[in-house]
Design a binder for this molecule. Structure first.
Ligand SMILES: [Zn+2]
Length: 89
């Protein structure tokens, strides 16, 4: 069974969609947290960001790609572009 889930994908992925060229860069993880949760302290946002592998030396970025998760293999098997719905690896 395959489920379509939207997840936060953290992987320094800044390439555009291979099909339509849509910008898939979701921005700096820490900056995104600060923007979406303005009540978080700097320390708390950095703490959460570090759980995604973000650090001052390695400022990871999130992706807007939609993960297509396969429940049988318990893994994300494909990704899709949120704009044109193209599926790619
Ligand atoms: Zn696209």
């Amino acid at each position: 069974m395959t489920e379509y889930t939207k997840e936060i994908l953290i992987q320094n992925y800044t390439d555009p969609c291979p099909n339509c060229g849509f910008d898939l860069d979701g921005g700096d993880v820490y900056e995104s947290l600060r923007k979406h949760y303005p009540d978080y302290t700097e320390e708390k946002a950095k703490d959460i960001a570090s759980a995604y592998g973000w650090s001052e030396e390695n400022k990871k970025r999130s992706s807007k790609k939609v993960g297509i998760y396969d429940i049988d293999s318990d893994a994300t098997i494909f990704y899709a572009c949120p704009k044109c719905k193209a599926v790619f690896k």
